[in-house]
Design a protein around this ligand. Sequence first.
Ligand code: FES
Length: 139
Amino acid sequence: MIIEKEFKKINVPAMRFFKKNKGEKNKSNPENQSGITRPDEKTKNESTAVHEVTIILEGEEFKVTVPEEMTILEAALEQDIDMPFSCQSGVCSACRGKLLEGEVDMEEDDGLSEEELEEGYILNCVSKPLGPGVKVEIG
Ligand code: FES
């Protein structure tokens, strides 16, 4: 993937998020030393995982319960948090946030520049937490 090559160029020590190519099956990444488990590597017990995500929005901190099948944005909106968004497909970047802690699975990143990706920005409309401890600052 292009993004992985770009990370290698700048010596990013460990990928903190993944972008899946359309139609690509998840594969184990032998270079992944970050402890991230891709969705098809999860056991059946983990398939119904729910993670608490901390969202910082306009200086206020919210705890959002995110079921595995939902994105961070979907879960936040469902829990009545006034999140910014527009396209909900990873293109416009209205939902952009900076990943401060944890790891996410980001399915699309067209709305982010290479610099934003390098700085740890994610698109909440297409990102799902991969484990506990995800913390995102909106903006
Ligand atoms: S709402 Fe447009 S990129 Fe997330």
